[in-house]
Design a protein around this ligand. Structure first.
Ligand code: FES
Length: 154
């Protein structure tokens, strides 16, 4: 296809083709970027730290929970109606939305608002599209702090 006319000037068709090609290329960059991140979900989904300390864990009253930062990822610390502390990575195992605690008069559970997955207080997926349980975290009380750590750590 000729993009220049006989006088060596760029034709209207050539200019439009060039502009459309440039626009399509620039528009494709975010799509390709998202696709590459989706196809290679590696280290970014793993927590960057092995443990954190929560000196203010007394703020978490019975039958409630708090979402905290565990490295770059959210974690949820639960104070169960029975008085236990439990913690999980807060990203839903379906598509990664942050789960929230639902207690009160209902059976306590963790709920994902995105597509309706429900997890019990052991992190087990009991309904909805989530394919597996939440990733558990270890909970220990050390002095005045609650320490949560990855389950593989001793
Ligand atoms: Fe939680 Fe889809 S992201 S149910």
């Amino acid at each position: 296809m000729r993009k220049e006319n006989k006088q060596g000037r760029i034709t209207r068709r050539g200019l439009l083709t060039g502009l459309l090609t440039g626009w399509a290329t620039v528009s494709a960059i975010p799509v390709v970027s998202v696709l590459l991140r989706f196809l290679t979900p590696t280290a970014s989904s793993a927590p960057a730290v092995e443990s954190i300390e929560l000196p203010d864990y007394g703020d978490i009253v019975k039958d409630s929970a708090k979402v905290v930062r565990f490295g770059k990822q959210p974690a949820i610390v639960i104070h169960t109606p029975a008085g236990q502390y439990k913690a999980f990575m807060a990203r839903c195992t379906h598509l990664g939305c942050v789960v929230k605690y639902e207690g009160g008069e209902e059976v306590p559970r963790l709920h994902c608002n995105c597509h309706g997955s429900i997890f019990d207080l052991n992190g087990k997926n009991i309904s909805g599209p989530a394919p597996r349980p939440l990733d558990p975290l270890r909970v220990n009380i050390k002095g005045e702090s609650l320490v949560i750590s990855t389950a593989t750590r001793a």
